[in-house]
Design a protein around this ligand. Sequence first.
Ligand SMILES: [Mn+2]
Length: 312
Amino acid sequence: MKLIRTYAGIPEEYASAEKSKVVLIPVAYDGTSTWGKGADKGPGAFLEASENMELYDIETDSEVYREGIYLTETLDGFNSPENMVNTVHNEVKDFINRGKMVTMIGGEHSVSIGAIRAFNEAHQGLTVLQIDAHADLRKEYNGSKYNHACALYEASQITNLVQVGIRSMDRSEVSVMNRDHVFFAHEIMSNDYWMDNVLDLMTDNVYITFDLDALDPSILPSTGTPEPGGLFWYETLEFLKRIFEECNVVGFDIVELCPNKKEKSSDFLAAKLYYKMLSYKFKQNMEEIENEYEQPYNFEKFERNGEQYDEK
Ligand SMILES: [Mn+2]
């Protein structure tokens, strides 16, 4: 048995809390889910699949783990939904203050509430990009405002919330929803410009909360509340790539993996999705640096009659 478990089994030199640019917080929580149970097993299945994943990303020609990915202890054993939200909030806030790119693997979707609260405190005008089959805008459900059906209610009140892939909701959520900021799954199907339209609504700083049930159940069946008519792999990657290229993604979470021992491909999809998102994030930084170097020296200063002129 290994003494220290690192994310994806990466060498310890890339996994320390001090040097890593990225922090990964697993939250093993399934306190309020209403149908398929087992999202608390999501982080374990995700980490196991990650250890069996190849770490060179073909598309970006990079090995993003070299930026450093610190895997924290799994958060679990909460005594109430409030306790879970507060614990996640404090943990995320702590790592934001230490200048880390904070990421999280759930767990049911209510684990995002505390994370979004922490990011919203840290960044002015935060956009929350929710990729999900469900609106999750109930103010309260089964007697709790921290039910997973309420995961984005707080975000809808305090952040610029943009919802993508939605295809299941309750009538009561219609009045909470900002219709101009919602991209229903059936609309995406027939609109070639939906990605541009989403990007038009983004502010500078973006937090992505990715509920895996946004994906089509044919490619991701292992989730608590699957819905037909979801997103597919390459369109999802194309979309995410554009978001990472054009916005400053400050953090993200992936939630609602509900593993099934007989169906491992969902675990691998979640593992790959996470690694792709990190690869896009740091590819963007690499390109920014490259652009800086490539920028031509396009003016020269010279003096004439004691005055300074800038000439192109
Ligand atoms: Mn959902």
